[in-house]
Ligand binder design. Structure first.
Ligand code: AMP
Ligand code: MN
Ligand code: MN
Ligand code: MN
Length: 293
């Protein structure tokens, strides 16, 4: 690639109504296009049902697109997220693995609602469901929107400080996919596994490194260096890990909704110098650069 691949406005992490985003896949693609995104991925949580619509709309508006997913994983006692990029989203093992990962969400949601009721907030299950776009995917985000709607909290971010997290009302521990399985499903579907927003996890430096090393040993290829969850120091830290571990660097806003997400689609800075972008050898990236001429 003649142009520095880092200069491509790639946004490889986003959510639609098929998980906990507020926009339809088509609306999301249109917004990405309007914002100047040159290479886009939809990565709904544990779900690929929005990808047909996204692919069709991306083709219609001429936006280079790769299908993706964000798999919920339990690593030790912690939840971590693995983004799969450029996946064949009809791959049977991937589809089955995601169905299994989603499976416990409804029961968990009912238990979350019971826990909130004990804290004096009744009706949260029904309230959250009113925000759900896909009944197979009830998420904490939908509960957060309900708590904001009821005036319990000012915004979604403050919900996640006072509710739904460990030690607070509405928190219910849950077992997601195993790290090795999530990576195997993604690779089996021809995709690249990227560790999502590593700065978000409440680990010390040594545990962060252990996670990255285990992720790589299990077949993970990339690190999400730039994310709305990262400050500048974290972006630099994860760029350094990517270089040291010989891993690819990704960039994604993790956009969920206008006025709710801190960073809009396509609004992140370029990847730091020295890293190899995950899209460096993708034909879709070449098409993204071609949009400029
Ligand atoms: P779940 O998969 O149901 O546990 O929900 C996880 C989702 O909650 C994430 O994908 C985010 O969209 C949202 N979330 C978690 N922590 C925060 C936070 N601190 N601020 C805003 N949203 C959050
Ligand atoms: Mn989310
Ligand atoms: Mn995530
Ligand atoms: Mn996400």
């Amino acid at each position: 690639m003649t142009t520095d691949a880092r200069s491509l406005n790639a946004d490889l992490h986003s959510h639609s109504r098929y998980s906990d985003g507020r926009l339809t896949p088509a609306e999301l693609v249109q917004r990405a296009h309007a914002n100047g995104v040159e290479l886009f991925a939809l990565t709904d949580h544990d779900e690929v049902a929005g990808l047909d619509e996204a692919v069709a709309e991306a083709a219609r508006v001429g936006l280079p697109f790769v299908p993706g997913v964000e798999v919920s994983v339990t690593w030790g006692a912690q939840t971590v997220h693995v983004v799969g990029l450029s996946i064949d989203y009809r791959n049977p093992e991937l589809v089955a693995g995601l169905a299994e990962t989603r499976g416990g969400r409804d029961r968990r949601a009912q238990a979350m609602s019971d826990s909130l009721a004990l804290a004096g907030i009744p009706g949260a299950y029904e309230g959250a469901l009113r925000h759900v776009g896909n009944p197979a995917l009830v998420s904490r985000t939908h509960f957060a929107r309900y708590l904001v709607e009821r005036g319990v909290c000012r915004d979604v971010a403050s919900v996640f400080r006072n509710y739904l997290v460990e030690g607070k009302p509405g928190y219910v521990p849950h077992s997601w996919a195993r790290l090795e399985n999530a990576i195997t499903w993604i690779r089996g579907a021809g995709g690249i596994a990227v560790l999502a927003h590593p700065g978000r996890y409440p680990f010390g430096a040594a545990t962060r490194r252990t996670l990255l090393e285990e992720f790589r040993a299990a077949g993970g290829r990339g690190i999400e260096v730039l994310s709305a969850s990262h400050d500048e120091a974290e972006s630099r830290e994860f760029a350094r890990h990517a270089v040291e571990l010989g891993m690819l660097a990704s960039r994604g806003s993790d956009f969920h909704a206008p006025a709710e997400s801190r960073i809009d689609l396509g609004a992140l800075p370029n990847l730091p110098a020295g890293v190899l972008p995950v899209w460096h050898d993708w034909p879709e990236a070449q098409r993204g650069f071609a949009l400029r001429s």
